[in-house]
Design a protein around this ligand. Structure first.
Ligand code: FAD
Ligand code: DHB
Length: 393
């Protein structure tokens, strides 16, 4: 089999890249380890920033998002028994976010690709990369019990943190760094009406809590827990009691409902600054992981492939690598900005038991400063609602 761009992974990065390339008349094949059902049903991100909303609309895959998604014009910070609104609309000149689940974005992209004959090979096993430092790199894999080889001009490694793409770059060229924040998130889906019109990020001495939403009937709530904790320690009663302890206010109590899903995820901050080697380009979680507090991971992944698609378009139009050569630098710069913001939000809102009383005092003062200063809340609003993608052109 032959294609121009072989894409490993049908997450937001891989699917959006394939879609953008198709719009430029560049053919690609996606090779995905999971089944279509698994890809379309895994609950992950929920927040799309302005640039992502615009891209989905401009490229013709935004209709269901506009119908089913919930536009929000701000978020709330809650601490010391009070809520403080960060007004995106006012502070950013009209930017907003959309609450629309990642797996719904994936459904939209998969159906758009398949409708026009796009090729996505689900359930592929033993995917490996070969000859990436030549002009004919190959992806080998098993599909329907048969060994297959996909010969490409380029390979896009969009296969998440654990995928084979980054590992195919020789160790001596890899420039990686990481930090593991000492926090885990217990996430639930619950059938109950929304707690509020906007997301509520709560700092409490018992730990962080986040009230997010999925639809008028289903809500997504998170609790900071120890990263080594096990979900079997958390009965539904314990989850509700902890949520009440952290988020209830005088005269306001969180409404409970049946919990339909619960799990614990650990946090990781990771940067691979080598996003290109030979004809291999890595994008999204394959290259960087941000803690979820800034709601940036999927948005970063989609930003990366916008830059990559532009570079590939330029290559096929002019036979020049000049834009592709800027891919890694452009994405790494934005990646660090997202790391800075995600780490600021994480440190601001989580309770770190290892901090001293003095450090907790400074943390609360920082929350008060952000909530009372237009300059400070503007930087949160700008970063949360629209971390710009600088596309070399
Ligand atoms: P992925 O979505 O991980 O996709 C990679 C794909 O590659 C997968 O389908 C995988 O099956 C496939 N793959 C892996 N290995 C192989 C292999 N060997 N062969 C073939 N295929 C392979 N981000 C936000 O922007 N906003 C949020 O609100 C937000 N909230 C989050 C909340 C939680 C609890 C979590 C866990 C994450 C959150 N994120 C959020 C992060 C976001 O989900 C990820 O950053 C995003 O999925 C990255 O997209 P990706 O395409 O790079 O990788
Ligand atoms: C959601 C996830 C996040 O990481 C976040 O910061 C906000 C919302 C969500 O899943 O809804």
């Amino acid at each position: 089999m032959r294609t121009k761009v072989g894409i490993i992974g049908a997450g937001p990065a891989g699917l959006m890249l394939s879609h953008l390339l198709h719009l430029q008349g560049i053919d690609s094949v996606i090779i995905e380890r999971k089944s279509r059902e698994q890809v379309e049903n895994t609950v992950r991100a929920g927040v799309l920033e302005q640039g992502t909303i615009d891209l989905l609309n401009e490229t013709g895959v935004g209709d269901r998002m506009m119908e089913l998604g919930q536009p929000h014009k701000g978020i709330e910070f809650q601490f010391s028994g009070k809520r403080h609104r960060i007004d995106f609309e006012k502070l950013t000149g009209g930017k907003e976010i959309m609450i629309y689940p990642q797996h719904e974005v994936l459904k939209d992209l998969i159906s758009a690709r398949l409708e026009v004959g796009g090729k996505i090979l689900f359930n592929a096993d033993n995917v490996s990369l070969h000859d990436i430092d030549t002009t004919e790199p190959k992806i080998c894999f098993q599909h329907n019990g048969e060994n297959q080889e996909l010969v490409c001009d380029f390979i896009a490694g969009c296969d998440g943190y654990h995928g084979p793409s980054r590992k195919a770059i020789p160790k001596e060229y890899l420039h990686e760094s990481e930090y593991t924040p000492p926090f885990g998130w217990l996430g639930i889906l619950t059938e109950t009406p929304p707690a509020s019109d906007e997301l509520i990020y709560t700092y409490h001495e018992r730990g962080f809590a986040l009230l997010s939403t999925r639809s008028p009937n289903v809500q997504r709530y998170y609790l900071q827990v120890d990263p080594s904790d096990d979900i079997s320690n958390w009965s539904d009663e314990r989850i509700w009691s902890e949520l009440h302890a952290r988020v209830d206010l005088d005269g306001w109590t969180l409404e409970e409902g049946p919990i339909t899903q619960k799990n614990i995820v650990t946090m990781r901050s990771f940067m691979c600054e080598t996003m290109q080697y030979g004809r291999l380009y890595i994008a999204g979680d394959a290259a960087h992981i941000v803690p979820p507090t800034g709601a940036k991971g999927m948005n970063l992944a989609i930003g990366d492939v916008q830059v990559l698609a532009e570079g590939l378009k330029h290559f096929y139009e002019t036979n020049s690598d000049v834009l592709l050569d800027q891919y890694s630098d452009a994405c790494v710069r934005r990646g660090w900005k997202a790391q800075r913001f995600a780490s600021q939000m994480t440190n601001l809102l989580h309770h770190n038991h290892q901090k001293t009383t003095f450090e907790h005092g400074v943390q609360l003062a920082e929350l008060e400063h952000i909530s009372s200063s237009t300059a400070a809340s503007s930087t949160i609003a700008e970063n949360y609602a629209d971390l710009k993608v600088d596309i070399p052109r």
